[in-house]
Design a protein around this ligand. Structure first.
Ligand SMILES: *Cc1c(COP(=O)(O)O)cnc(C)c1O
Length: 396
């Protein structure tokens, strides 16, 4: 047999982590990496956070799983906390980001269909978006490379240019159910929605009775410097998908909605065997104990500004390599003038610095939200050393 036991859908690199210590990862061969990837914006509290470990340990000793056949004091408590912290009135817990988006899509369709508008099923989504890897969520993502080999797609998605309000407006038709959009595109390359764009989508939704569905799977839970990124736009969504950072490393997600938006999500319409299980609720509870505090979020914004300022100064030394810095909070993109993957590999393999590449030639800088200034210093030292020792083909 030549196929690996782990289905070979990921081009895995040589780093094989076996232990995490705060903002560092230690690999099988004993090397110590500065982790500014955070498991792709997941380990918001870093590795081995005492509060998260304690919550999961206690829950493991008490009750791991019972299914949604029974009442859930743990789920009620976490859902209530999330509704108090956000626009939402009600929450459905999932096991991943794609499932949270999937639930958001179903909620938007059911909003219209439960009112008898069975033809209003189409969501307008945006170029370079990423919404997950299930059939519905790849159908919602405009990228051809995600579709190849998996046709036919689920009908009901129309793609238009991101940050182009006129195009979004022109795409509205009798089938439109709403917009599905990332306020800050993650995989697409830390592309930040303009105020005019998101506020304009909100206004179009109000005017045409459409659902504004935000995919904050990557931008949420403090990553962009506010609990959710939408808060920075002075608008509120109708439906929001969250995951990644919300479990701090435990696999869990959620679909949040207003009472009005959730009018179609009645008994029997949706479900998940594991969704909202006590284990996952303990993990979210530990994350909510830390991140949505004003002082914590202000600190994230401050650290983000300091990294961005230092990066902006630094890239001036390498005009042939770097183009610009963008992003909000600790959701930062370093746009390169060359393909970023080889540079990400160089930082990783030769300077023990972990980052993640993204679309539009961007290196994503996604540190744990709990970094301190010593980690910023360490990051800048490693990045400087990596740039100084880098010579991509075609760059002198
Ligand atoms: C990661 C991501 C998803 C998918 O989350 P999974 O947990 O991998 O299913 C969906 N939307 C956005 C914006 C993401 O970044």
């Amino acid at each position: 047999m030549s196929i690996p036991a782990l289905m070979p859908v990921y081009p895995r690199c040589g780093v094989r982590p076996v232990r995490g210590e705060h903002c560092h990862l230690i690999s099988e061969d004993g090397r110590r990496y500065l982790d500014f990837a955070s498991g792709i914006a997941v380990n918001a509290l870093g590795h081995s956070h005492p509060g998260l470990i304690d919550a999961i340990q206690k829950q493991a000793q008490t009750l791991m799983h019972v299914s949604n056949l029974y009442g859930s004091p743990q789920g009620e408590d976490v859902a209530r906390r999330l509704t108090e912290l956000t626009f939402a009135d009600t929450v459905f817990f999932t096991n991943s980001g794609a499932e949270a988006v999937e639930c958001a899509i179903k909620t938007a369709r059911a909003y219209h269909q439960s009112a008898g508008n069975i033809d209003r099923f189409e969501l307008i989504t945006f170029n370079n978006a990423f919404h997950g890897r299930t059939m519905a969520t790849i159908s919602a993502s405009s990228q051809d490379k995600m579709h190849k080999g998996f046709l036919p797609l689920l009908p009901g998605f129309k793609y238009v240019e991101f940050n182009d309000l006129e195009a979004a407006k022109a795409a509205i038709g009798p089938k439109t159910a709403g917009f599905l959009v990332e306020p800050i595109q993650g995989e697409g390359g830390i592309r930040v929605a303009t105020d005019e764009f998101l506020q304009g989508l909100r206004a179009l939704c109000d005017e045409h009775d459409l659902m504004l569905v935000l995919d904050e799977v990557q931008s949420g839970v403090g990553r962009a410097g506010t609990f959710y990124a939408y808060e920075q736009y002075g608008i509120m969504p109708d439906i929001l998908a969250t995951a990644k950072g919300i479990g701090g490393g435990f696999p869990v997600g959620a679909c949040l909605a207003t009472e009005k938006a959730a009018r179609g999500m009645i008994f029997g319409t949706h479900g998940s065997t594991y969704g909202g299980n006590p284990f996952a609720m303990a993990a979210i509870g530990a994350v909510l104990d830390v991140i949505p505090q004003d002082a914590f979020l202000a600190d994230v914004r401050g650290k983000g500004e300091r990294i961005k300022a230092r990066l902006e100064q630094f890239i001036g030394n390498y005009p042939e390599l770097f183009e610009l810095v963008r992003g909000r909070g600790l959701f930062i993109g370093l746009k390169m003038k060359v393909e970023p993957r080889a540079f990400v590999a160089h930082m990783r393999d030769n300077h023990e610095l972990l980052t993640v590449s993204a679309g539009d030639n961007v290196v994503r800088i996604l540190p744990p939200l709990v970094i301190d200034d010593s980690h910023i210093d360490e990051f800048m030292e490693k990045l400087s050393a990596a740039a100084a020792s880098y010579s991509p083909e075609g760059v002198n």
